[in-house]
Design a protein around this ligand. Structure first.
Ligand code: ADP
Ligand code: ASP
Ligand code: MG
Length: 407
C-alpha cells in the first residue's frame, strides 16, 4: 500500500464542479489501494480577493492580521471537499495547519517551516480516514497563524510528504507538468518528463510559478520526489528528482520570464570605498533582496549604480535609498518599473560553452537591449524592457531548439 500526498491548486478547486472532480480522483486513488493525504489551496482568486479587502481597510495591513485573514481561504476548500467525500460515504476529515502541527517561525506572510509533527494525520490514516489539510498555513511557537508565502500550498504538500515519508507527492495543477517555458506564453513549449531539483529550483526562483521556490528547496533537501500533473486530464506529468546523467545532454532545460522586479539607479555616486556597502547595507537591513547590481565606469570620481529589487518592495527601497543618497551626496535616484528578467536554465550549461554569447546574439537580432546580466553555473539572466519579454522568451526558446517538434 502506497502513501500518496496529493495537492490541488486554486484552479483545481475553483468551483464546486471542480471540487467534485477532485473528490473523484481522491476516491479513485483510495480504491486503488493507496493511503491518501490531500492538501488544498484556496479557490482561485480567493487569496487575491482577501488581500484586496485588507488593502481597502488600510494601506499597510498588519502582517499578523493579514495571515489570520489569508488563512481562511484554505479552510473553505478543505471543509467543502471533506463534506463532499463524506457525502459519498468516504471517511474524510479536514484539518488546519495548526491541527496537523505545521510549526513555523514568526515571519508573517512568508514564514519558514521549523518542523512538522503530523500526529493527527498519522492517527487519521491509521483509522482509515483521508486527511484533507489546509495548505499555505502553519502556526508559530505562540500559536499565531502564519502563512508560507504565495504559492505556499506546494510547500505544505512537500513538507507533509517528507514528514510522513510518503511514497509520492503529486502537485495537481492546471498544466500537465513542468514545461520548457510557461506554455501560456510560449505555445511551442514542451513538457519535460524529468527535471533535476537544481534546475527546477532555478526555474521557480526565476519566474516559473508552477512550483513555489521554497517547496523545491525543501523537496531537494529531504529528497522528496515531486510529480507535477494535471488535475483535469489523465496522462504523464513531470518528475522533479535528483540529477542523473541524461539531464546534461541538452545545454538548456528551460526559459523563464519574471516581471516582478524593478530597477533603482543612484546617479552621481562619489566613487570611493565604503559607498556600496552603505547603500546595500541599508537595503539589507530592511530585509529587501537585491538581485542584480551594475556599476558604471566612473567619470571624474562619480559613478552610477543600478540594482533590482522585488516590485513589491520598491516603495520601501526607494525611500531608504533616497535618504542614503542624500547622506552620501549622490546627485539623484531614478526608478524604472517596466523591466523584466529573461533567463535560460540548464545543468547542461556546465558542459556546453557559448550559451551566453548565443543568448546575447538572439536578443540583439530581435533588437532587444540588455540592461543587466547575471550568470551562475546553471543559469544566465538578462534584464530587458518589460514590453519585449514574451518576444525574448519565444525567440530564445526556438533558438535553443526547445520548440516542440511540429507534426
Ligand atoms: P496552482 O494554482 O495549481 O498552484 P499556479 O498558477 O501556481 O497553479 O501554477 C501553474 C501555472 O504556472 C501554469 O498555469 C503556467 O501558466 C505557469 N507556469 C509558468 N512557467 C511554467 C512552466 N515552465 N511550466 C509549466 N507551467 C508554468
Ligand atoms: N492560496 C495561496 C495563494 O494563492 C497559496 C496557494 O495557492 O498555494 O498564494
Ligand atoms: Mg501555485
Amino acid at each position: 500500500m502506497a502513501l500518496i500526498v496529493q495537492k490541488y491548486g486554486g484552479t483545481s478547486v475553483g468551483t464546486i464542479e471542480r471540487i467534485h472532480r477532485v473528490a473523484d480522483r481522491v476516491a479513485q486513488t483510495q480504491q486503488e489501494g493507496n493511503q491518501v493525504v490531500v492538501v488544498l489551496s484556496a479557490m482561485s482568486g480567493e487569496t487575491d480577493r482577501l488581500l484586496k479587502l485588507a488593502h481597502e481597510v488600510t494601506t499597510v495591513p498588519d502582517e499578523r492580521e493579514l495571515d489570520m485573514l489569508l488563512s481562511t481561504g484554505e479552510r473553505i476548500t478543505i471543509a467543502l471537499l471533506s463534506m463532499e467525500l463524506r457525502g459519498r460515504g468516504i471517511n474524510a476529515r479536514s484539518f488546519t495547519g495548526r491541527q496537523v502541527g505545521i510549526i513555523t517561525d514568526s515571519a508573517h506572510t512568508k514564514a519558514r517551516i521549523a518542523r512538522v509533527t503530523a500526529d493527527r494525520i498519522k492517527e487519521a490514516l491509521k483509522q482509515g480516514i483521508i486527511p484533507v489539510v489546509a495548505g499555505f498555513q502553519g502556526i508559530n511557537e505562540q500559536s499565531d497563524v502564519t502563512t508560507l508565502g504565495r504559492g505556499g500550498s506546494d510547500l505544505s504538500a512537500v513538507a507533509l510528504a517528507a514528514a510522513l515519508k510518503a511514497d509520492r507527492c503529486v502537485i495537481f495543477t492546471d498544466v500537465d507538468g513542468v514545461y520548457t517555458a510557461d506554455p501560456n506564453i510560449v505555445p511551442a513549449a514542451r513538457r519535460i518528463d524529468k527535471i533535476a531539483y537544481e534546475e527546477m529550483l532555478e526555474m521557480a526562483s526565476l519566474g516559473a510559478k508552477v512550483l513555489q521556490t521554497r517547496s523545491v528547496e525543501f523537496a531537494a533537501k529531504f529528497n522528496v520526489p515531486v510529480e507535477v500533473n494535471s488535475s483535469f486530464k489523465e496522462g504523464k506529468g513531470t518528475l522533479v528528482t535528483k540529477e542523473d546523467a541524461g539531464m546534461e545532454a541538452a545545454a538548456i532545460a528551460g526559459v523563464t520570464g519574471d516581471r516582478n522586479q524593478a530597477k533603482i539607479t543612484v546617479i552621481g555616486v562619489p566613487d570611493k570605498p565604503g559607498i556600496a556597502a552603505r547603500i546595500f547595507g541599508s537595503v539589507a537591513e530592511a530585509h529587501i533582496n537585491v538581485d542584480m547590481i551594475i556599476q558604471n565606469m566612473s567619470q571624474a570620481t562619480l559613478t552610477d549604480l543600478s540594482f533590482t529589487v522585488p516590485r513589491a518592495d520598491l516603495k520601501q527601497a526607494v525611500s531608504i535609498i533616497q535618504a542614503v543618497a542624500k547622506d552620501i551626496e549622490a546627485k539623484s535616484v531614478s526608478v524604472t518599473e517596466a523591466i523584466a528578467k529573461v533567463s535560460l536554465i540548464g545543468v547542461g550549461m556546465r558542459s556546453h560553452s557559448g550559451v551566453a554569447a548565443k543568448m546575447f546574439q538572439v536578443l540583439s537580432r530581435e533588437g532587444i537591449n540588455i540592461m543587466m546580466i547575471s550568470t551562475s553555473e546553471i543559469k544566465i539572466s538578462c534584464v530587458i524592457d518589460e514590453k519585449y519579454l514574451e518576444l525574448a522568451m519565444r525567440s530564445l526558446h526556438s533558438a535553443f531548439d526547445l520548440d516542440q517538434a511540429q507534426s
